[in-house]
Write a protein that binds this ligand. Structure first.
Ligand code: GLY
Ligand code: MN
Ligand code: MN
Length: 366
């Protein structure tokens, strides 16, 4: 089986004449290597008929050559610019002029596309991000094992961080402890910049840690984070309370916990992603806190942090063994507090296995 076999399968399914990959999760899944997406474009063109072509910044050749790309490579140097390499690639692919070409609409930048349009005159470009990303929808046992490892590292880092959290620390103090603990426990990268948000900041689902906000008694402390291991991501949220918790906040927390538990209880193969979200949302909707809902139940997780399947009402995707996704209901009271509890699960033959095991019971810290 060649490296390009998964892409040829997509070409056969879609009837497209070629696919273009740029650095990102799909690229990494196919070539087991990732590259920075920067001002220097790198693209791989895989035609249905004929030899594949890559356009590669020359300074990356030391990393690109070992992937064993089965096709012609046009590298380019900073002083020459990338356009000549794109034009040469286009000349090597005359069978694609005027044809239908699929691209990753959520990864490709406008200037990548403009260069391709110039190099392949008359070609029509269509967004087939979902069709290409479907090569990552079902994880192999080896991939799940890497996710398990990323999650174990992340959970150990969280516990170590909590041991040192104190009232009066800033959000960025806590973030820096968490970052240190992630790397010292074996993470090789970050799934995303961690969210460490206390008090009113916790009510913003994707807040940034503040260097000037000091944790105070009664604050919710929401930590949403993950380390990567060999590129595979953990994505975990736990919400704690600093020193004390009011009865109202306890009820708020328990409502989110009940929604999270419902998601873990109902998820199984054969159910749709919509069914899971519906069951989770109903717990929140039928509570006294329904007005504080902000988002769907979750998303797929792997080499990307937000990938298919999206766990949301209206998504008819049937859950199947090997799919990995998050269950992360939340409630957010603007200006006051937010709670989210996020687990990562893998669909098995009979149900799910919850890959995250960090305790969910309300915990007081500081
Ligand atoms: N973390 C919640 C969301 O992105 O949907
Ligand atoms: Mn998260
Ligand atoms: Mn998430």
């Amino acid at each position: 089986m060649t490296l390009l076999a998964p892409l040829h399968a997509v070409l056969a399914r879609t009837g497209l004449d070629a696919l273009v990959l740029v650095p990102g999760a799909n690229f990494r899944r196919v070539f087991a290597k990732d590259f920075h997406q920067m001002e220097r474009p790198l693209a791989v063109i895989v035609p249905r008929e004929g030899e594949a072509v890559a356009i590669v910044p020359n300074l990356e050749m030391g990393s690109f050559t070992p992937i064993g790309f089965p096709g012609r490579v046009f590298d380019w140097r900073d002083e020459a610019g990338y356009m000549a390499a794109f034009m040469a690639a286009g000349e090597a692919l005359p069978q694609l002029h005027g044809k239908l070409i699929g691209v990753e609409g959520q990864r490709m930048r406008v200037f990548d596309l403009l260069a391709l349009q110039k190099a392949l005159p008359g070609a029509e470009f269509v967004d087939v991000h979902a069709e290409i990303s479907a090569i990552r929808l079902h994880k192999t046992p080896a991939e799940v094992e890497l996710q398990r490892k990323a999650i174990r590292i992340s959970e150990a880092a969280l516990e170590a961080t909590l041991q040192d959290v104190r009232v009066g620390m800033t959000e960025t103090d806590v973030e820096s402890l968490l970052l240190r603990n992630l790397f010292s426990n074996g993470a090789d990268g970050l799934s995303f910049a961690p969210i460490v948000a206390a008090g009113d900041n916790a009510a913003k689902p994707h807040a940034h840690a503040r260097p000037d906000y000091h944790l105070k008694a009664g604050d919710a402390l929401l930590i949403d984070f993950g380390g990567t291991y060999q590129g595979y991501s953990a994505d975990i949220t736990r919400t704690f309370f600093v020193k004390e918790v009011s009865d109202y906040d306890r009820a708020f927390y328990e409502t989110v916990l009940a929604a999270n538990a419902k998601g873990r209880e109902v998820s199984r193969p054969g159910l749709t992603a919509s069914d899971v979200d519906d069951a989770v949302q109903k717990v929140l909707e039928q509570s006294q806190f329904t007005e504080f809902r902000r988002h769907k139940t979750g998303h797929g997780l792997g080499l990307d942090v937000h990938e298919a399947p999206q766990i949301m009402r209206g998504n008819a995707q049937v859950l199947e063994p090997g799919m990995v996704f998050t269950i992360e209901p939340g409630l957010y009271r603007a200006g006051e507090a937010g709670v989210r509890i996020e687990d990562d699960v893998v669909v098995t033959e009979n149900g799910i296995e919850c890959l995250t095991s960090f305790p969910r019971e309300l915990r007081i810290v500081g």
